[in-house]
Structure formats: structure tokens, C-alpha cells
Ligand binder design. Structure first.
Ligand code: OVM
Length: 402
């Protein structure tokens, strides 16, 4: 669709740039503008459709035939542009291939299969809590979120100890590449080649510990459920999607607790709330904020015609604070009924890693709640800007023992 057509039509047009530093630094006022402009809005800056409302986002995700993922879930349209890396076989694919692959990976990442990891996570969490209680003054991203995830997750997947520092820049690049090729993108792509090589080398069967989650994907090659050439790219999904998301969910949750001391007290008094507390943190400060679908035919949303092969911007961060869906959406409340939020997406592509993400974080926050009476902000919290992620770069905290 051309701009001229858009401007003559009966739908809202917005100049918001969801990939500008202003937006990424504080997206919430822009989310409100987007939501209030209408159910579906034309973004002039990027020539694409957008919705910031929960209902429309949910409707789009419920119709993967019309709103496809195989043209990429970033702003780049793989029907017209070459992807920067071979596309994900899960995230950037449609049924029927997606269905087949997801069944296999779903089994590997199922709650039952993950139960045996819990004890390892607990050991790591206890050790970490011990260390931060000794320090008392900590920087939560480098002292908690990163070291915890970089230990427990690669251990679970079954990759070696050396080179794990590559996982963070790789994740940052993967997520930045869902946005346009702006300064943020270019910065994170600088020097990415050796990082990508390290990643792909760690996705090979001979480099994965037998019994780990990665090697279980290769077990499915032996049974004929996965074609041999798909296995390394499926393992790559673990390393792409499993690090930045969970690191940011921990940082964001700690920020929520530090700025809402009553909620931390409530969790300490009632550790059974840890599950809903984590879900609420993911609603309130969603790590994976933004992605796209691509229309596969002429269609319409809320009465607005959408042509075939158009990109549609979806804002989970905005849907999760849509007052049409949530009461007091800007209040962090760990006892809220928060089922149905968009922090893990929805529909056939809904986060397949959420069981392990929840296990990791529930174990960590349970260990912290047992030993730590209070968490207070001790300096400026700064965001690590990424085209589609929301997460902290620094979070100085003072922690006090129970
Ligand atoms: C993948 C992948 C990469 C980034 C995010 C994601 C949130 C998946 O490679 O499959 O899901």
C-alpha cells in the first residue's frame, strides 16, 4: 500500500517509530498513543500496519493461516528480502512443518521432562543467594540474572563451559534483527561472525552432552522424527531464544520487586505466590515486546482492509497494559489473575520454552525469598536498548538478609 492511499483512507495513521531510542527507552506513553489511535493503525515510518490492543493481537495470533510467520516475524519480509541467517525452523515457519517440529521440541521441553533439572537449578540458586548476601551491594544483571542463566541453561542444553559469553551478544543480535537496520541493529551485528560460528559449532551433535536437551533433539533424528539437517537449527533455537529472554525476565522482575517492596514482602510471606509473581512480572515488563506477522491474502482487521503480503506490527508490551483487557494495567500486583497475557505470545507459536523459563525463575525467586528480606534500588537502573526486547543493562541493588 502506498502512503497516499493510506492517508485518504478511514483508518488512523501514526508517526510513532517503535524502533527509535525514545520509544525503546520508555515505550509506555507510545503504547498508549498506539492503542488509543485505534484497533489497527498505519505506521508511516515503516509502511506497515500495527496494533497495540490485546484483542486484535490475540485474533491475529489465533489465525496463523492468514497471518503467517514464514516470511519472518521481524520487520524484514522474507518474501522480498534475504534473511540475515537461515530462518528458525520453529519461530519463522508455518504449519504443517511447524507443527511437526514443535511436537518434537515440545516433548523435549515438557514440564515432565524438565523435572530432573530442578535439583541442579536449586544448587545454582542457593550458591548465588549465598554470594549476593555476602556482598549486599550488587548489580543484579551481572551478579544475578546473567551468571544464573549462563550457568543453568547451557548446562541443561548440554553445551561446554568455554565461550558461554558468546550467548548474550548472539541473543542481542538475533532479537535486534527483528527490527530495522538502524544504529542499534548495526552495533549489535558488529563482530557477530565468530559469535555465530561458536553458536553453530555448539549445535553439533558431537559437541552436545549426551542426556542434555540438545542431544534429545538428535535422539529424535534417530527415531526418524526429525530430518538430520534440521537438528542443528532446532538446537540453535534454544541458544537464540533461551538466554536474553530469561536474563531480562529476571532483571525486570527484580526491578519490579525493588520498586514495589510491599510485593516482595508478600512473596516472602507466601512463597506459593512465586508462580503468579513471575507471570505478573512478565506481563508488567515483558522481555519480548514486539514482533510481526505477514498477511497471506487480502483480509481485514476491525473493518480495515489489509492487502496480501503486508507486515503487521504486534506489541505484546502494549497488549499487556491494554485497559480494555486489564483492570489497573499499570499496577504490578503479584496476586493478579494474569492468565492470557501476551508475554509468552499466544496460539500455535506461544512460547515453547516457558516451562523451563518458569522452572529457572521460580527456583531462583524461591531461594531469594527464603533468605532475602528486602531488595532496594541503590543506583540508576539503565535499559539495554534492543529493537524488540525490554531489559536492564544495570540494576544496582542493596539486599538485606531475613
Ligand atoms: C529461534 C528463536 C529466536 C528468537 C526468539 C525466539 C522467542 C525463537 O531461533 O527459534 O522465540
Amino acid at each position: 500500500m502506498t502512503l497516499a492511499t493510506a492517508e485518504q483512507s478511514a483508518f488512523p495513521v501514526s508517526d510513532i517509530d517503535p524502533f527509535s531510542k525514545e520509544y525503546l527507552g520508555d515505550p509506555y506513553p507510545y503504547h498508549e498513543q498506539l492503542r488509543e489511535a485505534g484497533p489497527i493503525v498505519w505506521l508511516r515510518k515503516w509502511d506497515c500496519w500495527a496494533t497495540g490492543r490485546h484483542k486484535e493481537m490475540n485474533d491475529v495470533l489465533a489465525d496463523p493461516q492468514t497471518f503467517s510467520s514464514s516470511a519472518g516475524i521481524g520487520i524484514a519480509n522474507f518474501n522480498n528480502e534475504k534473511p540475515w541467517r537461515p530462518p528458525s525452523l520453529l519461530l519463522e515457519s508455518d504449519p504443517p512443518e511447524h507443527t511437526r517440529r514443535r511436537a518434537v521440541v515440545g516433548k523435549v521441553l515438557s514440564a515432565g521432562n524438565l523435572r530432573r533439572l530442578k535439583a541442579d537449578f536449586e544448587v545454582a540458586a542457593e550458591a548465588l543467594v549465598e554470594r549476593i548476601l555476602e556482598k549486599r551491594q550488587i548489580e543484579a544483571v551481572r551478579d544475578i540474572a546473567e551468571p544464573y542463566i549462563l550457568k543453568v541453561f547451557p548446562d541443561a542444553v548440554g553445551i561446554g563451559k568455554s565461550g558461554r559469553e558468546n550467548l548474550i551478544p548472539y541473543g542481542s543480535a538475533v532479537f535486534n534483527a527483528f527490527g530495522p537496520q538502524n544504529d542499534i541493529y548495526r552495533e549489535s551485528m558488529r563482530g557477530i561472525e565468530p559469535v555465530s560460528e561458536w553458536i553453530m559449532s555448539n549445535c553439533r551433535r558431537e559437541n552436545l552432552r549426551p542426556g542434555g536437551l540438545g542431544s534429545e533433539v538428535y535422539d529424535a533424528v534417530d527415531t526418524g522424527e526429525v530430518p538430520p539437517d534440521e537438528a542443528p537449527i532446532l538446537v540453535r533455537s534454544f541458544l537464540s531464544a533461551g538466554i536474553d529472554t530469561t536474563v531480562h525476565s529476571i532483571g525486570n522482575a527484580l526491578w519490579c520487586f525493588a520498586t514495589h517492596p510491599d510485593q516482595w514482602k508478600k512473596l516472602c510471606a507466601n512463597p506459593g505466590l512465586v508462580r503468579s509473581a513471575f507471570l505478573e512480572a512478565v506481563r508488567f515488563e515483558s522481555p519480548f515486546q514486539t514482533y510481526f506477522r505477514t498477511s497471506t491474502r487480502d483480509t481485514s482487521i476491525a473493518g480495515v482492509p489489509i492487502a496480501n503480503n503486508q507486515k503487521l506490527f504486534l506489541s505484546a508490551g502494549s497488549a499487556n497494559r491494554d485497559p480494555r483487557r486489564w483492570e489497573r494495567p499499570d499496577v504490578f500486583d503479584i496476586e493478579r489473575q494474569n492468565l492470557g497475557h501476551m508475554g509468552f505470545g499466544a496460539g500455535i507459536h506461544g512460547c515453547i520454552g516457558q516451562m523451563i523459563a518458569r522452572l529457572e525463575t521460580e527456583v531462583l525467586f524461591t531461594a531469594m525469598a527464603r533468605r532475602i528480606a528486602s531488595i532496594a534500588i541503590a543506583g540508576p537502573a539503565t535499559h539495554r536498548l534492543n529493537n524488540v526486547l525490554r531489559g536492564l543493562d544495570t540494576l544496582p541493588l542493596t539486599v538485606t538478609a531475613q
